[in-house]
Design a protein around this ligand. Sequence first.
Ligand SMILES: Cc1cc2nc3c(=O)[nH]c(=O)nc-3n(C[C@H](O)[C@H](O)[C@H](O)COP(=O)(O)OP(=O)(O)OC[C@H]3O[C@@H](n4cnc5c(N)ncnc54)[C@H](O)[C@@H]3O)c2cc1C
Length: 459
Amino acid sequence: MAWRRQGTLARVELAEVVSPGSLVEPDGRYLADLMGRGVQGSADAVVLPATTDEVAAVMRWCYEHDVPLTARGGGTGLAGGAIPVEGGVVLGFERLNKIRQFDPLLWRMHVEAGVTTGDVQRLARESGLRFPPDPGAAETSQIGGNIACNAGGPHAFKYGVTGNWVTGIEAVIPPGEIVRIGGSIRKDVASYDVKSLLVGSEGTLGLVTAAWLRLTPAPELELPVIGLYRDADAGISAIERVLASGVVPATIEYMDEVTLRYSGDTYPFGIPADGAFMVMTEADGAVSEARRVATELQEALAEDAVAVHAPEDPAEVAELWRWRGGVAFAILAQRGGAFSEDIAVPLDRLRDVARETLEIGARHDIPALSFGHAGDGNIHSTFLFAPDDPEQERRADAACQELFELALRLGGTVTGEHGIGWLKRGQLEHQLGAAGYDLHLRIKHAFDPKGLLNPGKKR
Ligand SMILES: Cc1cc2nc3c(=O)[nH]c(=O)nc-3n(C[C@H](O)[C@H](O)[C@H](O)COP(=O)(O)OP(=O)(O)OC[C@H]3O[C@@H](n4cnc5c(N)ncnc54)[C@H](O)[C@@H]3O)c2cc1C
């Protein structure tokens, strides 16, 4: 078989440029991510380098031999970004996982790309600090993957997304050069903002091998305040009141009626019978500040609410966040399959997203719901299907396509978190227009003239 010979040859030649332990069999776990469309790529070789020099050697080999090169972090991506759709070499970062330096007194950490998000968060916390980006799969996702997707999470409302916490990037760029942009400096306007180009580039411009991260003192107190409403209209009005009040919560999430139907059983404080829409906020900061903000949040959320919950016991607060973390899984459990997208819209269009998501689901005759990071206008509109029913799955996919159109019609973006990846291929041109898309392609060409880095993605 031609593929096997090519694969064997690739592995033999790569074995000459990397250390013996760095080459592994190209088995299934390196060929898919969590996108959930049953797409599996193929690879001639999987390399797990332990040093930046090895990453550079692999890229040089790929560039010399015109072989595609796909970066893989924790594989938790939801857009197919890490799937090697055009074969070639998969480069996994799991062995490039050292903390190079941690200066708690200077609020900074220098880590290799394969360190998990959870490890960075824990290490910071042990020294009274916080790495605020909190994407949901933190125990598996890696800092390199977070940077490549510019990952967010519930607390992005107050603290921003991953890119806001990156002061420098070490990367390998074609044809195999190691570059360092920024570093352990908090300000830098010397060059074009190349760091920000690499952030969110989904492995299509360069391979992130290490990052300098900014940290912040951990809040002394975190006080969630949750409002429950009769319907989406009342709930979204409550979000608007919170924003208009000028108070700054750490997070503003919403869960619509269908989401609560599927996940409400385990909500720790009980959903009242007429509670059909939840707004979840959190006050944080120094003790007095968190209390002041929590009081103001309670006032803003109370109007028209059927219940307001404001747990203070740390165990209850932890339970609440465990519940929030499990919402996506409770939804998935309903039918076994769920396509959960991540459009973002201007805040004055939240109402349209909540309503039109349900309408799209009805048009395609599948259950639909929405929940997510309402304060950022970044909503996980979700369509459910039974995995053993291909027709239902096709309808769920068609609903997603309609959702992307909705996002653009509302002046939003097809992706606020997960990236374009492979899943949303073709959407970028619609969103950017011809001239904007041409600029996008020219940037790609400037970094990767042979188009070998993660081909088929972010287009
Ligand atoms: C349960 C669950 C909850 C989630 N919640 C959130 C959320 O709240 N917010 C959010 O933003 N996302 C969320 N995600 C999506 C996902 O976890 C994030 O996109 C995460 O940043 C992906 O990191 P990863 O290491 O798993 O990357 P992968 O999936 O391995 O790769 C993602 C992309 O990054 C590229 N890449 C990976 N590593 C590198 C590197 N070192 N250099 C260059 N390119 C690289 C890959 O080629 C690919 O294009 C969630 C996913 C799950 C399963």
